[in-house]
Write a protein that binds this ligand. Sequence first.
Ligand SMILES: [Zn+2]
Length: 272
Amino acid sequence: MRAQLFITLFLLAFGCSGSGKFDHAQIKEMRDELSRVSCSNGRRMNETLDLFGSKGLAVEISEYQEVSNVVAEISGKTQETLIVGAHYDKTDAGCGVIDNWTGVVMLSHLAKELRNRNTEKSYTFVAFGGEERDLQGSKAMAEAIANGAREKPCAMINLDSFGFEKTWALRSISDPSMLDLAADVERGRGGSFSIRNYRGASSDSKSFRRIGVPSITFSGLGDDWRDYIHGEEDVISNIDFDAVAENYDFLREFVLHLDTVPCRSLVGGESD
Ligand SMILES: [Zn+2]
């Protein structure tokens, strides 16, 4: 009886295929959300609305000429704002589960968790449309900031494609001040943070760097990423859920750390 109780407690604490310290119910929920997404680009915006709505988050659609973004605002103790984003659109080829429903699902979980915490900063969670068409959604939002229609944020964190390897950042579209913070966070977790560069790789943080907002793009793809995205292999069966658990755990820690960092200590718009 006692041994059984111990085993049960042990499984509760450390069970679930090797990713011991993670919340397995949450990872299972992510798996379900990834399995449900359709392969139709035309339905992705409504699916994003449903995903955020299912977590009780109030969402708005920001409509621009060519593209729509899905936005959830969460207010914290101060007006200092962080933008956390992930694109919901996909290329015509493949189902876009890895690129980038993984990012959208994690975005919705982060928004839900942060809403339930008494954060220092306020948050704009945004699912961008049109990333695969030359970053349309993020460009439109960055333009609105540049022309004063939107408040300038403290920093921008972009999530693009996870579930293969430990979280890393793409150097060419991230600011050094943000890369340093990511390295600090990973050091605090006992690991070393990897910064990569892939020729031809881009994503939505680029639009915010252009207007001087300190920005970073995180991913969890592998070196063979071209084999898995923008085609038939962009499917749930290629996703490693232990990697998803690590990716999400890192992202949550990074955002919670950034929440405590004064905006004035971040520098943006540095050259590549
Ligand atoms: Zn992408």
